[in-house]
Design a protein around this ligand. Structure first.
Ligand SMILES: NC(=O)c1ccc[n+]([C@@H]2O[C@H](COP(=O)([O-])OP(=O)(O)OC[C@H]3O[C@@H](n4cnc5c(N)ncnc54)[C@H](OP(=O)(O)O)[C@@H]3O)[C@@H](O)[C@H]2O)c1
Length: 357
């Protein structure tokens, strides 16, 4: 029997756009054209296809199996306003936003790790923050192997993590920064001009000096790994690139784990690509006289088709300053594996379990 799913999308920013792309690329079995909604009606091109975007209304959330939420967060945000209505009408809701992620009744899902937390009873399912998703895809297999004792993360996050307006802000600042005048900027997006700078400020500050983005990485990672007390500390930095988050991660383990073991474990881990070991870049020898050079991933690699939905890991090395320590460099597309791909994979997992269609 062919299964087909009646689906809707609420929110048409960069994440909504990538959800349309991922549904098409992955041949997700839609029963009818995707129903697309936002705050107001208009025509909009998403994933290269033109849609009649409707203003979100209760009657448009009827007769659906699943609703993908890619709206803004908070009291006036899409899932806070509309998820309950969709659920009461019989649909599952998969939410990209942060509003319900830490609710104990709501599974926080990365399919490579904890798809088993989704059931017929969990009508609302949350997808983690982009920086958390790429982190836990790598941490989970290492934790199973050697028991993580402590995590220190520094993230280097692209502007698209803030939304479409931030991508446009970066584009506006690009020509300005070549001139002599001070760069004009919109302080409602970033606190300073982002072009040619790194800003250690993502989301709002909380009283102890951390930012909410840093706390999301801490709390969401603990929930997904089911380790509520795991010592984790984070610094989140906005960097002037359009797409792709990078993370420098320091790990301390209960048991010894070598670079080679970590590379083997990660080489077999679902969703992970290890880019490490001797470089095949001919320029290393020809121009840099550096035969010792190793290969490593950067955000630019995410443009390659084979990497666009994967979490890339490199710079895997022993940290000799602690008993069982490793350092890693982790890169992923924040709009795809960090958001859209993850929610479509959740829906695929639900199809496999007979929860959809
Ligand atoms: N960007 C990332 O890297 C990333 C990663 C993981 C998770 N997320 C989360 O994914 C969500 C979407 O991100 P984005 O970057 O695509 O955001 P965005 O560019 O701000 O777009 C938000 C979209 O949501 C719609 N919307 C807002 N409030 C709504 C409401 N009450 N009812 C219906 N529609 C509403 C907006 O409608 P209008 O177009 O009509 O204004 C807009 O289309 C956010 O919750 C974000 O935190 C983002």
């Amino acid at each position: 029997m062919t299964v087909a799913v009646r689906a809707a999308l609420v929110g048409v920013g960069p994440v909504g756009d990538r959800i349309v792309t991922c549904l098409r690329e992955r041949s997700f079995p839609l029963a009818q054209p995707l129903r697309v909604m936002a705050t107001r009606r208009r025509r909009e091109v998403l994933g290269g296809e033109e849609f009649d975007v409707q203003e979100t209304r209760a009657e448009l959330l009827e007769g659906l199996d699943v609703v993908f939420f890619a709206g803004r967060e908070g009291a006036k945000g899409a899932s806070v306003e509309w998820a309950e209505t969709a659920i009461n009408n019989g649909a599952y809701c998969i939410d990209n936003g942060s509003d319900f992620r830490l609710d104990p009744q709501v599974p926080l899902v990365v399919p490579e790790i904890n798809m088993g937390t989704v059931s017929e009873q969990t009508k609302l399912i949350a997808s983690p923050n982009c920086s958390t998703i790429q982190l836990v895809v790598v941490l989970a297999p290492l934790h199973r192997a050697a028991g993580i004792k402590r995590v220190v993360i520094s993230s280097y996050q692209s502007v698209s993590g803030w939304g479409q307006a931030a991508v446009e802000e970066l584009e506006r600042q690009l020509p300005q920064c070549l001139g002599d005048e001070p760069t004009e900027y919109d302080p409602s997006i970033f606190a300073r001009p982002i072009m040619l700078d790194c800003i250690p400020h993502i989301d709002r500050f909380v009283p102890d000096g951390y930012t909410k983005e840093e706390l999301k990485m801490v709390n969401e990672t603990r929930k997904i790994l089911d380790e509520p007390a795991m010592p984790i500390t984070a610094t989140a930095v906005r960097v002037p690139i359009p797409i792709g988050h990078s993370e420098s991660v320091n790990l301390e383990f209960e048991r010894p784990i070598t670079r080679e073991e970590a590379m083997e474990i990660l080489g077999e881990a679902p969703g992970v690509v290890v880019i490490d070991g001797p470089t095949d870049d001919p320029n290393a020898l020809e121009y840099r006289d550096a035969p010792e050079e190793l290969q490593y991933p950067t955000a630019a690699d995410l443009r390659q088709d084979e990497y666009k939905d994967m979490v890339l890991v490199g710079r895997i090395r022993q940290d000799e300053t602690v008993e069982n320590g490793l350092n890693l460099w982790i890169v992923a597309d924040n709009l795809r594996k960090g958001a859209a791909t993850n929610v479509v994979q959740i829906a695929e997992g639900m199809l496999e379990r007979g929860l959809l269609g």
